[in-house]
Design a protein around this ligand. Structure first.
Ligand code: M6R
Length: 664
């Protein structure tokens, strides 16, 4: 299961509500099935359901209300045996247990069914496991288990971890007093479960986060991670494990970052970390600088609408503290020395999806300001292309989540070739910044909607800062030139807010376009990546055919797509910038209109030249060319969102997608 949300809780309060609440906050990570396992004394009750989290919540509520009969229908009995657990106390155990794990899934290995939903139980019913990632050697492990007589209950790669854990526990128990004590009624310390987890992890190939509970160790959750996210939440008399801090932010803002190949044991009052060999280690402690309200809808119908509205603040927060009094750039947190930056002779930007589009914009600014060659590449292509890199190459890896596997693999590849890697990331404690030489954090706050909006704008801001910083350090821009761009950047939050205030006609247009078959987006220069981003938003949210083109390319093929009434969104460059760009796009506008296109023109205030060719005109405040994407992207986000809502889609959780793509 590659891109899932995981929650674990060990404390003194009933775990069920806390785990379900955590899953609700992580549902953006995967939403085709969900499940929980709660340990109550020596009893383990698991419940799981295909479909969105509401299906699980309903099953759990029925179970709690209905007792034994309903329990039989709602509790996972897949695979027979005693895997359902709980018996006629099933509902009670769910409600009262103070240790629990929960999972929300994005399926690959085995369809989104009740059986394939997590948790998975060992054949003897004592262990329940949830998993994020892919166990690449699962076929061999399954064959081994089947040869030993284990009957597998699902089609997942994950289930084998439960059986392997049970087998390791059984082997350990032969000589281990820890589990024997638990059997006699005193809770175990979980040492055996942790050791069993380490042994299992050493046998697994691939990427994984695993959480496990064991009836012989009530009060204990053991987790493990390799190439897949897992963070610890440190509470008062209770502790948490989760794919990201959003799951426990309502309870604690104190977090512990786990390293690669580590196993963690949590109880109500203990957090113990070791490597896979069993050597004790510690994670980095940090304070989360946003609170639970940041991960709530706050009165909006969708997170996406809230996140679009938050953009002025996100841009301002990402700019804050990055300037000197003299108007220069101060990126103190970037752990690369002035000499490192002066040595750079080539830049590669690697990223995926929306983050890639921010990199495409950055190329224009970075090359213009620094005169260093800058290539932008999809991380998934870069990794397997054998790019030419060396010590003087700077690789900039952009990722909102900090967990995107394609980007992570690209940066590892770059570091193996001795290139320096700077991460631009929105998620403290995530893997990409941890594995980079330096990091510049964006301060967008949590982005919950699958479609990236405020993260995009803040990635643009971070890229501008990197470009200006390089120009300043290398002395290719005079201080007053840097100060002039800094002043322009500081004006951007207000301008983004001004754009947002004028979006009503765009929403109305979105409702009109809901029945369109296809929408084309065109732009030039920095408007070209904005066109790509507008098309991506529409595809992922409205499930409509949408394409972004460099306007100059239209006549080389794509113009054949235009029929009477085809909507074409044109991102027009500022006439005050490079006038020739503006004029060329004006010609392209006329060309598509002459072929029947319905033109939707995004143009600067005061640009009257485009008026005769615009069926719909969307104005943005006048802005220097390189910074314009911070404004022109916004109407395209609003348009896509409105079209999707008009077509009846859930814009926060578009089909087939997940927020963090943690497999290649
Ligand atoms: O977390 P990342 O920034 O690394 O994610 C990269 C892409 O998966 C992401 O931007 C994706 O394209 C968005 N859903 C687009 O809205």
């Amino acid at each position: 299961m590659p891109m899932c949300g995981i929650v674990g809780y060990a404390g003194t309060r009933p775990a069920l509500g806390i785990v379900l609440d955590g899953l609700r906050r992580l549902e953006y990570r995967g939403y085709d099935s969900a499940g929980v396992a709660i340990v109550d004394g020596a009893e383990l009750v698991a419940c799981k359901r295909a479909g969105k989290l509401t299906n699980l919540e309903k099953a759990v509520a029925d179970l709690a209300a209905g007792g034994a009969d309903l329990a039989a229908g709602a509790v996972d009995r897949a695979g027979g045996g005693d895997r359902a657990g709980g018996g006629d106390r099933a509902g009670g155990g769910l409600a009262t247990g103070t240790t629990g794990i929960g999972h929300t899934r994005w399926a690959t290995h085995g369809g989104p069914t009740d059986r394939n939903a997590h948790p998975h139980r060992s054949a003897d019913g004592r262990v329940a496991v949830i998993h994020n990632g892919i166990i690449e050697n699962f076929a061999a492990l399954q064959a081994e288990l089947e040869a030993a007589g284990v009957e597998l209950a699902s089609e997942t790669d994950s289930e084998c971890a439960a059986h392997l854990l049970a087998a390791e526990l059984a082997a350990l128990e032969e000589g281990a007093p820890d589990q024997a004590i638990a059997v006699s009624g005193v809770p175990s310390s979980g040492a055996a479960l942790a050791e069993a987890m380490r042994r299992v992890c050493r046998r697994l190939a691939g990427a994984f986060t695993l959480l496990a509970v064991d009836t012989a160790a009530p009060g204990v959750v053991v987790g493990a991670r390799r190439d897949s996210p897992l963070v610890v939440g440190r509470g008062e008399g209770e502790n948490y494990l989760a794919s990201d801090v959003a799951a426990f932010i309502a309870h604690t803002r104190e977090a512990v970052e786990l390293g690669q190949d580590q196993v963690v044991t949590i109880t109500a009052d203990r957090i113990q970390v070791t490597d896979f060999a069993g050597n004790p280690t510690t994670g980095r402690e940090y304070h989360v600088d946003w609170d639970a309200s940041a991960a709530e809808k706050g009165g909006y119908d969708y997170f996406m609408l809230k996140e679009i509205a938050e953009q002025p603040r996100a841009v301002a927060d990402t700019l804050r503290g990055r300037f000197t009094e003299a108007g220069g750039i101060a990126l103190d947190e970037v752990r690369l020395t002035g000499q490192d930056l002066r040595n750079v002779d080539k830049i590669f930007i690697v990223a995926c999806g929306t983050a890639y589009h921010s990199g495409l914009v950055a190329k224009y600014a970075i090359e213009h300001w620094t005169r260093i060659p800058c290539e932008v590449e999809l991380a998934s292509e870069f990794r397997y292309r054998d790019p030419v890199l060396d010590r003087s190459t700077l690789v900039v890896a952009i990722s909102q989540s900090g967990e995107t596997m394609d980007t992570l693999m690209a940066l590892r590849h770059a570091r193996e070739q001795k290139a320096r890697v700077l991460a631009i990331c929105n998620t403290n404690g995530s893997t990409i910044p941890r594995e980079s030489d330096a990091v510049l954090y964006t301060h967008a706050g949590p982005e919950i909607a699958v479609a990236s909006t405020k993260a995009f704008l803040t990635q643009l801001v971070a890229c501008y800062l990197v470009g200006l910083h390089l120009a300043q350090v290398r002395g290719v821009k005079f201080a007053d030139e840097v100060a002039a761009v800094v002043a322009q950047l500081e004006a951007m939050p207000g301008k983004v807010a001004a754009v947002l205030e004028t979006m009503e006609p765009v929403r109305a247009l979105g409702r009109e376009l809901a029945a369109a078959r296809s929408v084309l987006f065109v732009g030039r220069h920095v408007g070209y990546p904005v066109a790509l981003e507008g098309a991506l938003k529409l595809k992922e949210l409205a499930y409509m055919h949408a394409e972004g083109f460099a306007a100059g390319e239209l006549k080389h093929g794509p113009i054949a797509l235009i029929e009477e009434g085809t909507p074409v969104v044109c991102v027009v460059p500022s006439p005050a910038g490079r006038g020739v760009l503006h004029d060329k796009l004006g010609s392209n506008l006329q060309e598509v209109r002459a072929r029947g296109a319905r033109t939707i023109v995004i143009a600067e205030e005061g640009d009257d030249a485009v008026v005769p060719y615009a069926d719909h005109l969307v104005r943005v405040p006048a802005t220097p060319t390189l910074l314009a994407p911070l404004l022109t992207a916004v109407p395209l986000q609003v348009l896509a969102c409105e079209i999707a809502v008009a077509r009846g889609h859930d814009v926060d959780q578009p089909r087939n997608l997940a927020k963090s793509v943690t497999v290649e």
